[in-house]
Design a protein around this ligand. Structure first.
Ligand code: TXA
Ligand code: MG
Length: 348
């Protein structure tokens, strides 16, 4: 797909291949914004060493400036420019999971711009595992600060087209690397305390972290979430939300809930709400009036397809989407986390 170029309007161009990479590097060097694919979701990148460039990410997203950004690196070698007092656990995790969907919070190195860390003493770093991301980072040679390439609080993009629909006019270039394979964001592990703490479940499961660390990492409590002073300030309880209201229900309760929702006709219009179902597989007894989204399958496929399905729910104009979560194991934990936040967003 080819978008309009800078010459013809304010749309970002969607580009790929060698020429696309060259243009992306030039945009980064120029202090511009490049959306790029990673294995988790698409990121909205700027030169992490250029404070003005990084600041424009917050404007583009409508994101509060206190929310720190992850610095993406091409390889582990660059880590010392961004972090210091790196504990042995970080090296264990980097060896096991980088490149990959793991972000580590470490003590920041002195030169890391405040705008990247939200003025915090820590920095989030990750080496992503996507050929286009890696080629971009290697050619650019520096760190790329990037949040997910969506408007603040909305569903993360997993295709270049999703990025365009979120950030049209707010991004200089979109690198197309196809649909993201993991589909939910990286796992964030805080390694600045006495023990590793999982701040956000994601592409690397807690089970795999425990195997490598030799013990169960702690989970962040829910208590501080939802306030800007929370330990990981971007992880508000309400996040990752489509416009449709999300309700999370177990498989055996979904059909009855859908029937109840459909029965609630608005007396003014005489119409009931448009109700959809998102589930791993087929569910018996679902009212024929409901919009059954294509089943998402086993947990890794659920993660990969989750955000595209939530976007589809919005495109179809659904008022409510009843979501049956995967089991709470492996990447299913991250999917359940995102569904829960999407549900909280829609009721608040
Ligand atoms: O998979 C991912 O992690 C994607 C891709 C693009 O790498 N990125 C992503 O970024 O999800 P973002 O900004 O949407 O979410 C990163 C989270 C935010 O909640 C942010 O507040 C938190 O990480 N974070 C980053 N640096 C931090 C720091 N120094 N201290 C506390 N939280 C931090
Ligand atoms: Mg995000």
């Amino acid at each position: 797909m080819v978008g309009d170029d800078a010459e013809t309007g304010d749309d970002a161009a969607i580009v790929d291949g060698e020429a696309g990479l060259d243009r992306a590097v030039a945009v980064l060097r120029d202090g511009g914004l490049v959306a790029f694919p990673t294995e988790t979701v698409y990121g909205l990148g700027a030169d992490a060493a250029a404070p003005d460039a990084v600041a424009s990410i917050f404007t583009a997203k409508g994101r509060p400036p206190t929310h720190p950004l992850i610095v993406h690196l091409g390889d582990l070698e660059a880590l010392d420019q961004w972090a210091e007092r790196v504990p042995p656990e970080a090296h264990l995790l980097a060896d096991a999971f980088w490149p990959g969907p793991l972000t580590m919070l470490l003590w920041r190195a002195p030169d890391v711009p405040d705008v990247v860390t939200g003025g915090r003493p820590t920095v989030g770093v990750r080496v992503p595992d996507h050929p286009v991301a890696r080629a971009l980072l290697t050619r650019f040679g520096g760190g790329v600060a990037a949040p997910s390439a969506n408007r603040f609080g909305r569903v993360s993009p997993t295709t270049a087209a999703h990025v365009l629909s979120e950030l049209r006019g707010h991004v200089d270039l979109i690198l197309d690397g196809g649909p993201c394979e993991v589909g939910v964001e990286s796992t964030i592990v805080d390694l600045t305390g006495a023990e590793a703490v999982v701040l956000r479940p994601g592409g690397v499961s807690t089970e795999r972290l425990a195997e490598v660390l030799g013990r169960e990492p702690a989970a962040a409590t829910d208590a501080p979430r939802g306030s800007v002073g929370a330990r990981a300030p971007g992880m508000l309880a309400a996040h990752y939300a489509p416009r449709a209201r999300v309700e999370v229900l177990d498989e055996d309760a979904a059909a009855a809930r859908i029937a109840t929702l459909l029965a609630a006709t608005d007396p003014a219009t005489g119409h009931g709400p448009a109700v959809g179902l998102l589930a791993p597989g087929a569910i018996d007894g679902v009212a024929t009036d409901a919009v059954v989204l294509e089943p998402v399958g086993p947990p890794p496929d659920y993660a990969r397809l989750l955000y595209a399905r939530l976007r589809q729910a919005d495109r179809l104009g659904l008022d409510v989407v009843v979501c049956v979560p995967p089991p709470a194991a492996g990447i299913g934990v991250a999917v359940r986390d995102r569904l829960r936040r999407a549900a909280q967003s829609s009721v608040s």
